[in-house]
Design a protein around this ligand. Structure first.
Ligand SMILES: Nc1nc2c(ncn2[C@@H]2O[C@H](COP(=O)(O)OP(=O)(O)O[C@H]3O[C@H](CO)[C@@H](O)[C@H](O)[C@@H]3O)[C@@H](O)[C@H]2O)c(=O)[nH]1
Length: 316
């Protein structure tokens, strides 16, 4: 099987490449932006900007992969408040470009479109844990862009009989994640404090939000299982099935350090809207694939903290 990962230079792409090569034994090609670096020398690499539809067409005409993982995205909710048009360009226009290039080529690969648990947005108490059939009420531009991508995926699948499977991935975490995201952010700060690079104060945003966290290594396993077993035109949640508050996350991070650290709320980290709870109902995924998360959150947090302690110069 030949797989193409579009947008493989990010956090998830790195883990997905490893998984597809070493666990699935598929041949893997990847795309990245011109200025990005992918360390895996064993994969075919191509520069591609998904805002350039003709470039997508040229590449797919030559490669014709059986499986396409569409990971390229503006993936930060925080950044989507600051740069809404970039978020819509990449996540909506870029995704249409990918799907439409495939449609025009008249070839039928299986495509996995990566959406988000954020799509559900303002979840009512009785809707938790949230299943795929629920309404989406996005609470930010990133979430709206992913709802739009999901709708477009469904339309292309129905109208053109394209083999598209949609996922809604909830929060995923692990070593090497950008400190734009909460766990990496907290771990990086603690590592810097331990090294004496920063005063012993951890600056945090909204601690009351509850989110559903899964180790990225489990998430990429779910991606390949859905690529093999998911039903075209369907959407699948990927999460742990259990929400935990950011305050609890902070406690877990701090419990792994012997250093005395005080906590300070940083107003710049508070968002205009931050929905209170996002928790996944994962029965549809489990019934389809048998997937179970295998790495518990304490381990993921420790691995992330150790990454910032030992593998990074913390100058990111
Ligand atoms: N980043 C960050 N978030 C903080 C902080 N303190 C509290 N938070 C809260 O922690 C929660 C998680 O924030 P992020 O880690 O930035 O992720 P996200 O906005 O939930 O988005 C992530 O999950 C989505 C799926 O639910 C993904 O789709 C998205 O790409 C991203 O991975 C939010 O409620 C945020 O307000 C902080 O210091 N930094």
């Amino acid at each position: 099987m030949k797989a193409l990962i579009i947008g493989a230079a990010g956090f998830v792409g790195n883990y997905l490449i490893d998984h597809l090569i070493h666990d699935c034994h598929w041949s893997v090609a990847v795309t990245k932006l011109e200025n990005e670096v992918i360390e895996h020398q064993e994969v075919e690499q191509y520069n591609l900007d998904i805002l350039d539809k003709q470039a997508i067409t040229r590449l797919l005409r030559v490669l014709q992969p059986n499986y396409i993982f569409h990971l390229a995205a503006q993936s930060s909710v925080a950044l989507s408040w600051k740069n809404p048009s970039l978020t819509i360009d990449v996540n909506v226009k870029g995704s249409i470009n990918v799907l439409d290039a495939i449609r025009e080529l008249d070839y039928y690969p299986r495509i996995l479109l990566i959406g988000s648990g954020e799509e559900y947005g303002h979840i009512l108490p009785e809707e938790t844990p949230i299943s795929e059939e629920n309404h989406t009420r996005p609470g930010n531009i990133y979430a709206a862009s992913k709802v739009c991508q999901n709708m477009i995926g469904k339309i292309y699948s129905e109208a053109y009989h394209m083999d598209i499977v949609m996922v809604r991935a909830f929060n995923h975490i692990g070593p090497k994640q950008s400190p734009t995201f909460v766990v990496a952010d907290f771990c990086k700060q603690v590592a810097e404090i331990e090294k004496g690079l920063k005063e012993p104060i951890i600056r945090v945003g909204n601690l009351s939000a509850k989110r559903d966290f899964t180790d990225v290594r489990d998430v990429v396993r779910a991606y390949s299982l859905l690529m093999k077993k998911g039903k075209a035109g369907e959407t699948y949640n990927i999460g742990s099935g259990k929400a935990i508050s950011i305050e609890e996350i902070l406690k877990l991070v701090l419990s792994n350090s012997d250093t005395q650290i005080s906590i300070e709320i940083d107003k710049n980290k508070l968002r205009p809207v931050d929905v209170p709870i996002i928790e996944a109902d994962i029965r549809k995924l489990q019934e389809c694939t048998g997937w179970e998360p295998s790495i518990n959150i304490n381990q993921t947090i420790l691995d992330s903290l150790n990454y910032w302690r030992f593998h990074s110069n913390t100058n990111h």
